[in-house]
Design a protein around this ligand. Structure first.
Ligand SMILES: *Cc1c(COP(=O)(O)O)cnc(C)c1O
Length: 398
């Protein structure tokens, strides 16, 4: 099944470009087709002089795997290439990448401007941990460029996520990064949704790009990991401060799984796109669906940096639909957080409302309790659609 509705030639070009990068291989002893997992905590030296050189930074020798590991570097090199960045650094999770990145830039007394509907744990990090260090965060409607620009003077960091989690609001990355740069403010973009295949924020002026590699990059729901890409200078600051001392390094085994995931990322992402857009279009026409939140339907200028679309989006059912019965009627869409793997998933927002109110609840993030987030996986799309249709039939109140 090939879905043509929203696919442009830019999509095909982005897929082709990424395909070339992910098949690039590092040189390894014996020329294996798959690089080895350097499952070692430390590296030894032949003599005093080679150890001295490694400590002095005069050789590229590895010393200790918390600080650097060849398998992790193979992954980091590929992400830097995909993002068009000078350097990248892997982490044990997306949140480790986000917190280490933010803390490498801001100091006590400084201020962050962040998009209001950012990823929930990024928001909780801003609200619960940063105040302890005297760092404050102002939230803005990221889709309103003038509102963001008005909040910028005096800030140190601009935190974007385009599109945002749950409601998929877009930001004009190029315009906002330019405004931030003029004021000496560092722009960070969470690019997990689009992946480096479909959006390259650095080419549009962003300074640092963070990812939850647990999602599409890993792609098989077997790894929690993160990565940040950016200029050599900004990644060096992370390497000197927050990566070694907070210590949330990417493990060699997980780096191996991520490299394996990257091999098929361009292929998978196109499949997710085709299936998700078909399902989103059909949901949009469904008489019990009030709204579909997917960036493909937006005419915001922030759409201009996306060369394709992925499979995570939210729809709101009308009040005729019993959300509990709907969720339980699904067979192929399983109930589960996260996304980006082979399997289709749903998160009914209503199920999460019992979390601690305030910073833990989805109502903070502009989502209706009648909303259901879908991740459209790699299963046959007509089978997935039949599953959703059956759930509607089962759950409409008579
Ligand atoms: C999952 C996610 C994160 C956090 O990543 P982890 O790997 O779970 O730590 C950050 N941003 C977005 C948009 C996410 O979906």
């Amino acid at each position: 099944m090939k879905y043509e509705g929203h696919i442009s030639s830019a999509t095909d070009a982005a897929i082709a470009e990424a395909s070339v990068i992910v098949c690039d291989d590092a040189a390894h002893e014996h020329d294996p087709v798959v690089g080895p997992i350097y499952q070692t905590s430390l590296f030894t030296f032949k003599n005093f002089e080679s150890m001295r050189k490694a400590f002095a930074g005069e050789s590229s020798g590895y010393i200790y795997s918390r600080v650097g590991n060849p398998t992790a570097h193979d992954f980091e090199r590929r992400i830097a290439a995909l993002e068009g960045a000078e350097a990248a650094r892997g982490f044990a999770s997306g949140m480790a990448a986000i917190s280490a990145t933010v803390l490498s830039v801001v100091k006590s007394g400084e201020r962050i401007v962040a998009v209001r509907y950012c990823y929930g744990d990024a928001y909780r990090f801003f609200e619960k941990l940063l105040p302890r260090f005297g760092i404050s965060v102002d939230y803005v409607d990221g889709s309103d460029a003038e509102a963001v620009e008005a909040a910028l003077p005096g800030a140190r960091l601009l935190y974007l996520e385009s599109p945002t989690s749950m409601v998929f609001e877009l930001q004009d990355i190029a315009r906002l990064a330019k405004a931030a740069r003029a004021l000496g403010i560092v722009t960070v973009v969470d690019n997990s949704w689009a992946t480096p295949v479909f959006q390259k924020p650095i080419a549009h002026g962003a300074d640092l790009v963070v990812h939850s590699a647990s999602k599409y990059i890993g792609g098989h729901s077997d790894t929690v990991a993160g990565v940040v890409a950016g200029s050599a200078a900004l990644i060096a600051a992370i390497n000197e401060l927050t990566h070694p001392f907070l210590g949330a390094k990417l493990s060699p085994l997980e780096a191996f799984l991520l490299i394996r995931g990257l091999r098929t990322l361009p292929l998978r992402i196109k499949w997710h796109m085709d299936s998700a857009l078909l399902i989103a279009d059909r949901l949009r026409q469904h008489h019990h669906v009030a709204k579909v939140h997917h960036p493909v339907y937006s005419n915001h200028p922030g759409r201009g940096t996306l060369t394709g679309f992925t499979g995570l989006f939210t729809f709101e059912v009308d009040d005729q639909v019993d959300v509990v019965r709907f969720s339980d009627a699904l067979k192929y869409f399983r109930l589960g957080v996260s996304w980006g793997g082979h399997e289709s998933l749903i998160v009914p927002v209503a199920a999460s409302l019992a979390q601690t109110p305030g910073v833990n609840s989805f109502d903070r993030f502009g989502v209706s309790p009648r909303a259901i987030r879908l991740h459209v996986g790699l299963e046959d799309v007509e089978m997935l659609w039949a599953d959703l249709e059956k759930a509607f039939v089962t759950s409409v109140k008579s």
